[in-house]
Design a protein around this ligand. Structure first.
Ligand SMILES: [Zn+2]
Length: 192
């Protein structure tokens, strides 16, 4: 039991409550989520891919660029003095862009995606949807549509990048790759 503890889920993917020492399948004492500690988290605040070097670099760059954009925005205003129409126009256009960038970098979406022996779990809008592994076909990241699409039975489930992987294409790609890798692993086990 204790040998596997490190490999098991450490934080609730919904509320980030510490799950150490809890049974493998249990309800979160904090938020009530029915979890399976064998889940691998593929999207959301506790995603396994959140803190990869690339993801950190992208978020770091966004945060570093924000002040530069602010200065570039305020600069023309001071040059033109308050009331200069160009200054105000630049501000009106740039500030929302900066705001959205900072929001994307910092927000913690209340959504997650997990995969485990009991299937693929997608949590969003307060609801958990679970798909059996046997139903799942292929997952891929569609660059043009900015979403991860997964063939599940007759339907196609899509995970939009802005909602599940804010500010990190790498996470979306890693999510699709991991779903395929996980499914191949379970198929290999079935054959044996
Ligand atoms: Zn929780």
């Amino acid at each position: 039991m204790s040998a596997g503890e490190e490999q098991l889920l450490q934080l609730c993917p919904r509320c980030q409550y510490n799950l150490r020492g809890l049974p493998v399948a249990h309800a979160c004492p904090e938020c009530g989520l029915q979890f399976d500690r064998r889940w691998k988290i593929l999207a959301g605040p506790t995603s396994s891919f959140r803190n990869t070097g690339q993801a950190r670099l992208v978020r770091g760059l966004m945060i570093a660029v924000a002040p530069i954009v602010v200065v570039a925005t305020l600069g023309p205003l001071f040059l033109l003095r308050a009331g200069g129409w160009l200054g105000w126009t630049v501000i009106a256009v740039s500030l929302p862009i900066v705001g959205v960038g900072v929001w994307l970098a910092y927000r913690k979406p209340r959504r997650f995606v997990a995969i485990g022996p009991n299937g693929l779990v997608i949590y969003q809008g307060g609801r958990t949807i679970q798909y059996h592994l046997a139903e799942i076909g292929t997952a891929r990241y569609k660059v043009g549509f900015k979403c991860v699409v997964i063939d599940i039975g007759d339907e196609t489930v899509s995970l939009p990048e802005y909602a599940f992987f804010p500010g990190a294409v790498f996470e979306a790609e890693a999510c699709a790759r991991e779903i395929n890798r996980y499914l191949r692993g379970t198929q290999a086990t079935d054959v044996r």
